[in-house]
Every structure is written in C-alpha cells, then in structure tokens.
Design a protein around this ligand. Structure first.
Ligand code: 5CA
Ligand code: ZN
Length: 423
C-alpha cells in the first residue's frame, strides 16, 4: 500500500545516550541495541472507523522511538500493516450496508492524512493483509507442513490452527497465566471454546471460506513446503508475523503496539515467527503503549466513545497541539483525553512558539542534551516537555543572549518531539 508523505527531520549535531525502552516480556526497561539499521514493526489499524486519539497516541509513541534512533545515527527500517480484512471490518460494513473494501480504503486514506498532519515519520513499508495474502498463505502452509499447525476435525470447516505448544515458550511475551490468557483471547477475537482444538489457546491461522464471506485462493503460496490450504481467509496474528518476517527478517529490535495487543496478538505473532524460523526471541523488545480513555473508559471503536483526529483537524485544532497533548503523559500510562489536556497543550504550543520567535534566548545546548537524556529514558516525555517549558520561560523573561538558541530549540523540538514551532 501507499504510505504517507515523508516528514523532514532536522539533523542535530552531537548525540545522546542509547535508547532504553520497556520490554513487556522481561518486565524491565532495557537498552535497545540496534545495528546500523534498526528494525521496527508496529501494528497498524483495522480500518473500520476513523483514527481516534488512542491510535494517535500509540503511533506517536513509536514515532519517538523512530526519531530517537535516527538522532543516534541509525537507519530505521520501519514496517506497519493494515488489517484490511478481519471480522470487525466485515461486521461494520454489514451494519452500515457498506462495501468492506470501500470502507477499508476510505478509513485507511483518512488515517494516512491524520498521520501526515501529526507529522509521524512514515514506515518504509505499509502493507495491507489483502496485498500480503500470498505470503500469509505461504507461512500458514509451511507451519502446517512443519507440524506446527493442524486442521480441526470438522468436516464442514476444517480450519487451520496453530499449535501453541510447539515452541515450548508460549506465554513468555505476555507473562499472563492461563486463565488470563483464555479470558483475553475470548475478548479479543479468539475462540478458546472452539471444539476440536488441541489447546484452547491455539489461535486461528486459516479460516475456510464461509457462505457470504470474502475468501482467497489458499494455493497462492509458493516454494518448498507451500501447499494448498483451500479457499479461506487468514487469522489475525499470522498476518503480522508474515508481513514482519518477510521484510525485517527473523529478529527485530522492537515489536510495538498498544497494551491491548500484549495478548493474544503479540504472544501469538511471536510464537508463529519463532516456530517458523527457530530464532528466539522474535523481538528484542515488545513495547506497549497505554490506553487513552474518554469518560472513564478505554477509547475504542467497539465502545464508540471516540474523539477523532480528523474531527479535531476539521475544527481547526493545530495537530501540533494534539501531539503535545498526547505527549504530555508518559506513553505507558493509561490516561484520559480531556478538553483541559488539549487547552493546556495549545497554551504550551503558543508559549514555545513565542519563545523561539525571539531574537535570543538562554544557551540551548544544555536543553538539547536534557531532551535526549529524557527521551532515551523510556521516552520520558513529561520530563522532556518540562525541560522545554523551562527554557521557554527563561527566554520569555528575556534571560539569555544567545542568538542561535531559538533556532536550535526549534530544530531540537522538531527533530526529537516532532512538534513544529514555525507559526
Ligand atoms: N490491526 C490491529 C493490529 S494488527 C489493531 O489492533 N488495530 S486497531 O485499529 O484496533 O488498533 C490500532 C493500534 O492502536 C493498536 O496498536 C492498538 O493497540 C492501538 N489502540 C487502540 N485503542 C487504543 C487506545 N484507546 N489507546 C491507545 N492505543 C490504542
Ligand atoms: Zn498486528
């Protein structure tokens, strides 16, 4: 799929400390240690509704990972998917008497616009499940041939499931106990009670065609071990495993998404990848952002308590203020969206803009170094924003005579936080 327009990221002189990030599998904040090319896969949207502030917060968190790595001199190979075929998309299209393809294309187009407006650096590969169907069927048939997958004993619909016991490590990513896993699987698109599975946790890999549902030719795979699955459509987790493996290889630096993807999605995706490649761990860091809420509940398409980025844009809200509002909290904390949060961010943006518009300010080298240090510490944006507030406050009090400082602050805020301070 077409990705969105690239964003200019100023290059800053010097460098900061290595990026440390929280990793769900170890439960710790650990240094990332990418090679010259950093490999990142972040789960994309299921395009059945517009981008809400929860999605935006998640993509902004990983945009900071991207920006910090770039600042450290890494080339970032970033891949994101679009779940453009899955139950929620079909259900919404049926409810609204819409065509699921048109619905998906419309919402994906809007998402791209929102990301562009929020100045999110685009992924190098932006891949839809439908366009990746050949590679997904190939992975499923190879898992089947290798004995890591099986068909349920159902003469009508012999769907293919992944045997979650094959890697011997299932559960290492989420660290959830079994009752929690089964509960979350049931809540998040899984089917622990499907008869005929070897284990209730086993996730769907290939769903045989049902009357009235879209399906694809399951023989699209090629190469050794690729067999004919028969017409059907893929399970959710294998989509991300195939798209990531084929572009980033068997081991990546960061696998990211919101905390609602910890289980089953990232646990299962990692198990699929590891069962196929034999390489453990699939991701050196599994990093998860907290949930943005509204009125006391997680903002979610299924609950319908949404504030859309596009709606705020249409109301004339500066996307840089939306960005600052979402970065005002730490990415890992569940936090509410409120009108006051946005108003504070608008005031902050105005103050920062006034400060960098001055002819001089306090020396900015120390601020740049603090920005780098705070962001390298598991993306401590509250501390990073407070550091800029401090500089802006002094500048506005006309303290400091460094004529180059305002320009340097503008570049640093742009490069590291993605906030544009030009009017
Ligand atoms: N297509 C799948 C991933 S492969 C999916 O989860 N799509 S989604 O549209 O439901 O969510 C897209 C991203 O936004 C995911 O990373 C999800 O964890 C994150 N997300 C969803 N709701 C929120 C929220 N309220 N707060 C923060 N992040 C959220
Ligand atoms: Zn995913």
């Amino acid at each position: 799929m077409q990705t969105w327009a690239s964003v200019d990221v100023p290059r800053l002189a010097g460098g900061g400390p290595p990026l440390r990030l929280h990793d769900t599998s170890s439960g710790r904040v650990r240094p990332t240690a990418p090679g010259s090319t950093a490999l990142m896969y972040v789960c994309g949207i299921t395009p059945y509704d517009a981008t809400h502030l929860g999605h935006a917060a998640t993509y902004l968190a990983f945009d900071l990972v991207n920006r910090v790595w770039r600042d450290l001199g890494h080339d970032v190979h970033y891949v994101q998917n679009v779940t453009d075929i899955d139950d929620p998309l079909l259900e919404r299209a049926a409810r609204d008497q819409d065509d699921w393809v048109v619905l998906g294309m419309r919402e994906t187009a809007l998402f791209r616009e929102d990301m562009e407006a929020l100045r999110v650096v685009p992924p190098r590969h932006y891949i839809g499940a439908v366009e990746a169907m050949g590679e997904i069927t190939e992975l499923v048939s190879k898992l089947l041939a290798a004995g890591a997958a099986y068909r349920v004993d159902d003469p009508e619909f012999p769907d293919v499931y992944f045997d979650s016991s094959v890697t011997g490590r299932f559960g290492y990513e989420s660290n959830y106990d079994e009752p929690t896993m089964l509960r979350l699987a049931a809540e998040r698109g899984g089917d622990p009670d499907r008869p005929g599975k070897r284990h209730p946790s086993d996730p769907l890999l290939w769903r045989m065609a049902r009357e009235g549902e879209p399906s694809w030719d399951g023989s699209a795979g090629s190469g050794a071990g690729a067999g004919d699955l028969g017409p059907g459509r893929p399970g959710w987790h294998v989509e991300c495993a195939a798209i990531a493996l084929n572009r980033l290889g068997p081991q990546i630096d960061v696998n990211g998404g919101g905390s609602d993807l910890i289980y089953p999605h990232h646990e299962c995706g990692a198990a699929h990848a590891e069962a196929f490649t034999g390489v453990h761990p699939f991701a050196r860091h599994y990093t998860h952002s907290g949930m943005i809420g509204l009125d006391g509940e997680k903002m979610s398409k299924s609950r319908g308590n949404l504030v859309f980025v596009s709606k705020l844009r249409a109301e004339g809200v500066d996307p840089n203020a939306v960005r600052l509002a979402l970065l005002a909290g730490h990415y890992r904390t569940d936090r509410p969206w409120t009108d006051a949060l946005l108003a504070d961010a608008q005031a902050r943006l105005a103050r920062w803009r006034d400060a960098v518009a001055l002819g001089a300010g306090p020396d900015a080298a120390d601020l740049v170094s603090r920005l780098r240090t705070h962001l390298a510490d598991d993306l401590d944006t509250p501390a990073a924003l407070a550091a800029v507030d401090g500089w802006a406050g002094e500048a506005l009090e006309r303290r400091g005579r460094d004529g180059r400082a305002p320009g340097l602050v503008r570049d640093a805020v742009d490069a590291l936080l993605g906030v544009a301070l030009r009017g």
